[in-house]
Design a protein around this ligand. Structure first.
Ligand code: RP5
Length: 165
C-alpha cells in the first residue's frame, strides 16, 4: 500500500481469503495504484459492511474489489449499498471448489451489477488489472503502463516459442 489516498478498496470476507486476494494487491502495487485492504464480513460484521459501502465514494474510493468464498454475499451486498463499480472475486472454497462462491457472486439480479472474475488466484489478479484498467480511463500514464504490461506478456510467449525450437 502506498502513502497516497486509496483509490481502490480490496476487501475480503475473512483473513483466510488473503492468500487469494493478495494477488489483486500485487497487481495494484505493480501499477503504483494506492489502495486499502480490509477484512469485512457480510455475515460477521454486517454493520461495518454497510458503513464501508455507504462511505466509500465520499472517502475517495473509485473501485471496490471484494473477495469471498462459500455463500459469498459480500460483493453483492456491498454493490447494493454503493454505486461505485464492484469487482467480485470468488474465493476457492474447500467443500465445492469455488462453484458456490462463483454462483453466489455472478448471479446478481438485474439492477445491481457485480463484475465477477474467475475463481481463485487468476480471478484476483484480473480483478487488480480490471481496477487499473478502470482507473486508466482518466489516467494516461496508467494506460501506457497497461500497454507495457501487455507487451511483456507477448514477449514471454515469444521467449517460450524461441525455446521450443
Ligand atoms: C466467507 O467464508 C469468507 O469469505 C471465506 O472465504 C469463507 C470462510 O471463512 P473462514 O471460516 O475461513 O473465516 O465468509
Amino acid at each position: 500500500m502506498t502513502a497516497s489516498k486509496p483509490e481502490v478498496a480490496v476487501i475480503m470476507g475473512s483473513a483466510s481469503d488473503w492468500e487469494t486476494m493478495k494477488h489483486a494487491c500485487e497487481m495494484l502495487d505493480r501499477f503504483g495504484v494506492p489502495y486499502l485492504k480490509q477484512v469485512i464480513s457480510a455475515h460477521r460484521t454486517p454493520e461495518l459492511m454497510g458503513e464501508f459501502a455507504h462511505a466509500a465514494r465520499a472517502n475517495g474510493i473509485k473501485v471496490i474489489i471484494a473477495g469471498a468464498g462459500g455463500a459469498a454475499h459480500l460483493p453483492g451486498m456491498v454493490a447494493a449499498q454503493t454505486t461505485l463499480p464492484v469487482i467480485g472475486v470468488p474465493v476457492q472454497s474447500h467443500a465445492l471448489s469455488g462453484w458456490d462462491s462463483l454462483l453466489s457472486i455472478v448471479q446478481m439480479p438485474g439492477g445491481i451489477p457485480v463484475a465477477t472474475t474467475a475463481i481463485g488466484n487468476s480471478g484476483a489478479t484480473n480483478a487488480g488489472l480490471l481496477a487499473v484498467s478502470m482507473l486508466s480511463m482518466n489516467d494516461a500514464a496508467l494506460a501506457t503502463a497497461l500497454d507495457d504490461y501487455r507487451e511483456e506478456l507477448k514477449e514471454k510467449v515469444d521467449e517460450s516459442n524461441a525455446k521450443l525450437v
